[in-house]
Design a protein around this ligand. Sequence first.
Ligand SMILES: [Fe+2]
Ligand SMILES: [Fe+2]
Length: 159
Amino acid sequence: MSTGYRVFSALWLGCGVRKRLVSGIMKIHLSRDFFTGIGWQDRQHRELIRRVNTFLSAVDNGEGDQELKRLFYFLDDYVVIHFDAEEQAMGEFDHPETTAHVQEHTRFIEDLERLKEEFERSSSCREVARRAGEYLTRWLTDHIKGTDKRLGMFLKERI
Ligand SMILES: [Fe+2]
Ligand SMILES: [Fe+2]
């Protein structure tokens, strides 16, 4: 087999392999464990999860690069709104975990920025979107069920 043919077949197979990899990302199932008991926070989490699940559906359905980018950036706008609201509440009520909580938000925004750069650099085949989907699912689930729930419990005692 010539080197040229091997390179061509690897590229051709590469897309096929990645195509199979994109399927099967679990959507976030909004169970009771996600609820903090603070109305505005729960409403914003619901909207955030709705947007993430829409993005995951687009990855699974094989949407084109432009649509994947659009949905990912659309999600990013809402993340900023939501983090601002939580950070304002933490400041107002002097939450003892404020510094650590804000650091988690900051690192997440930095990771989203890195993923955006990867989206811009990537030529095709939805590998970046698949990794972004897995990261979003894992991070949001852990953050909401842990850090945000502790904030919710703290706010409930003060509102
Ligand atoms: Fe949150
Ligand atoms: Fe948070």
